[in-house]
Ligand binder design. Structure first.
Ligand code: NDP
Length: 614
């Protein structure tokens, strides 16, 4: 096996794929298996290059002084202008004389042609996603649904593009080059680079507040669940009215734990039934695609039938309300045990099956974030299963139990209007998630995050026991709303749902089939990964329209609880924080994936979630 020629941290010249252009890049890592160097451009773009596409800087400097050289730097040497540039450098052209200016113009045109050619070659060859996902330096070009190289090239009209290309690929004097080289070679420019997905290495950039943050979350998140539930049980759930702590032993009951295990197993059995289609997930870092059976909606129907049968045989769902804290404790114990299991098995998992995060070497951090991307027992995918089944379907069952408990406790022949709204809105949300189950395969949870305490706890404890807070609250704090108010809240929920659903569908359909005639009216910025970034439709309105719809719905779920207490609004407040943080994480990943194309998207669509606000 040949040894590597360039060391990590070394500043070298990297060839732009499909072209003869070389840029200054810094080597960030080396993949021994694929024999690829991961290099980073000055604008943050990351790209995997073969050794043959990399040259030392000294070889370029030497050639620059020889005007007859045939290297990529030769053309620039005659005009004291280097083309060994990175896509991120600022333009600093200078006017001298008319002839020089003409010369420069010609040169600019030449650059544009070269750039077009490079792009054309790049698109034509359609390099594999694993490689291309790191290449981001294409010029802006908003197209209809067609990424063919011909159209792309036609769009690069010199007149319109020269300025932009100059800005993007930064023609400037060698003096400026030198300055930039000096800046570039400073170590601080390259600290804390996040390793890209294909090259498994130590997690350097810690999220969620690092070790301390994750430690606090492991303690505080479960405490928050119990705090909220205890508050809800109080007659006066004001924030300052701190609930008395229950005896620890009162939180545990083996029978309840048994029921929880039964529930989990039942859902596991449903998920393994050979009903529903089997689809492939997104390609993993090794190019492999995992298969998933899509039968969440069937599982929901079967669960509904099972619950219906229990009710028919006079089984009291009130038991769930009565032992709610114990159920939460059982789910917490189970998620902790599951997280320990996941952590231990991740230590032995093959490298290509690991998530980019979760390998910091700090136990607490890795335990929290998880390291194995798709832990499976045979064909049973633990993360995928937990994402949508026991917790999500459990949430609906809990809501139903609260509805029945309200009727029983308050001696009602029909549930309150508030309870009906909360149940219906959240039922719609869960049914939607199960109906469009396939869409979960492209979410960050499945494609990027490892499976650890964060997701296990989130899926099994947080979702069912915190998201059902409004229904739990309404049992102890009856709230009367009028029909017009109910109608207004319903309209709000429908607006939120419409935005949420159409935005998600627009993106999912576009990702599945960009050439779909139904999407022909949408425009997008092509990126070198082969994927486009929509800039019209919902995704041209704000950068996360689906989050906007989700937040509007969250508000509609809280409003039926009235304004006596802030407790039922916990969900919407928390959810805004969650989605703002999630948006920032996604933004960071997209910047890495798409580089300049992402920046251009951000310029075109400046607001993240709330138009004109954020
Ligand atoms: P999104 O569905 O918002 O997907 C983000 C990804 O979409 C990006 O990484 C990028 O991936 C792609 N993308 C971004 N911009 C564009 C664009 N302009 N054109 C095309 N593709 C683009 O991410 P989430 O997984 O966070 O959310 C999924 C849904 O789940 C949302 O509706 C959200 O509200 C909901 N959710 C609900 C939670 C809850 O607890 N109730 C918690 C978290 C999320 P790529 O380019 O690689 O395709």
């Amino acid at each position: 096996m040949p040894s590597r020629k360039f060391a990590d941290g070394e500043v070298v010249m990297g060839r732009w794929p499909g072209s003869v252009l070389y840029y200054e890049v810094q080597v960030t890592s080396y993949d021994d298996v694929a024999h690829l160097y991961t290099v980073k451009y000055k604008d943050g773009t990351e790209l995997a290059l073969k050794e043959s596409d990399i040259r030392s800087q000294s070889s370029f400097k030497h050639r620059k002084s020889q005007s007859s050289s045939s290297s990529p730097s030769r053309r620039s040497s005659s005009r004291s202008r280097s083309r060994s540039r990175s896509p991120g450098r600022p333009a600093k052209g200078r006017r001298r004389s008319a002839s020089q200016s003409r010369e420069q113009k010609d040169d600019k045109k030449k650059i544009v042609q070269e750039t077009s050619l490079a792009l054309a070659v790049l698109v034509l060859f359609k390099p594999s996603e694993n490689n291309t996902k790191r290449y981001n330096g294409e010029p802006e070009s908003t197209e209809k649904n067609d990424t063919s190289c011909i159209i792309l090239e036609q769009k690069l009209k010199p007149d319109l593009e020269i300025k932009r290309v100059l800005e993007q690929y930064s023609l400037r004097s060698r003096k400026d080059d030198k300055k930039t080289e000096e800046i570039f070679s400073e170590k601080k420019t390259f600290v804390a680079l996040k390793p890209i997905e294909k090259v498994p290495s130590k997690t350097k950039e810690l999220e969620f507040g690092g070790r301390i943050g994750t430690f606090m979350m492991i303690l505080l998140l479960p405490a928050t669940v119990f705090y909220l539930l205890l508050m809800c049980k109080q007659d006066d759930p004001s924030l300052l009215n701190f609930p008395p702590l229950p005896a620890l032993e009162s939180l545990w009951e083996w029978r309840v734990f048994g029921v929880f295990l039964l529930w989990f197993s039942l859902q596991a059995v449903f998920s393994l039934l050979p009903i529903g289609k089997v689809v492939e997930g997104l390609p993993l870092s090794n190019g492999r695609k995992l298969q998933y059976r899509i039968n969440g909606f069937y599982a929901f129907i079967l669960t509904a039938a099972a619950i219906g049968a229990l009710l028919y045989f006079q089984f009291e769902l009130y038991y769930l309300y009565d032992h709610f804290m114990q159920f939460a404790a059982s789910a917490l114990a189970f998620s902790l045990a599951l997280s320990i299991y996941l952590y231990v098995r991740s230590l032995k998992a093959p490298e290509e099956e690991l998530a980019p995060g979760g390998n910091s070497g700090y136990f607490i951090y890795d335990f929290f974030t998880g390291h194995e991307l798709n832990p499976r027992i045979g064909s049973f995918d633990l993360k995928y299963f937990c994402e949508l089944r026991p917790g999500l379907i459990g949430w609906v069952v809990i809501n139903l139990a609260m509805l029945l408990a309200e009727m029983k406790i308050h001696n009602l022949s029909v549930p309150s209007l508030s309870m009906i709204l909360v149940n219906s809105f959240q039922l719609l949300y869960v049914v939607d998630a199960l109906w469009f189950e396939e869409a979960v395969l492209t979410t960050m949870d499945i494609t990027h995050d490892g499976f650890g305490f964060m997701l296990a706890f989130g899926d099994l404890v947080w979702v069912p026991f915190v998201y059902s807070l409004q229904a739990f609250y309404l049992v102890g704090h009856p709230t009367t709303i009028t029909w017009p108010v109910a109608a207004a809240i319903t309209v709000l929920n429908c607006i939120g749902y419409y935005i949420f659903r159409s935005a998600n569908s627009q993106k999912n359909n576009f990702r599945r089939n960009p050439a779909d005639p139904k999407l022909a009216n949408l425009k997008f910025i092509p990126t070198a990964t082969g994927k486009g970034l929509l800039v019209t439709g919902w995704w041209g309105f704000v950068r996360h329209p689906n989050y906007l719809g989700d937040i509007i719905m969250a508000l509609a779920w809280s409003l039926p609880c009235g304004f006596n207490h802030i407790l039922p609004y916990f969900y919407v407040i928390y959810f805004i924080c969650l989605l703002v943080h999630r948006e920032a994480r996604d933004e960071h990943h997209c910047k890495q994936k798409y580089g300049l194309a992402w920046e251009r998207y951000c310029q075109r669509v400046p607001y993240r979630i709330f138009p004109y606000i954020y």
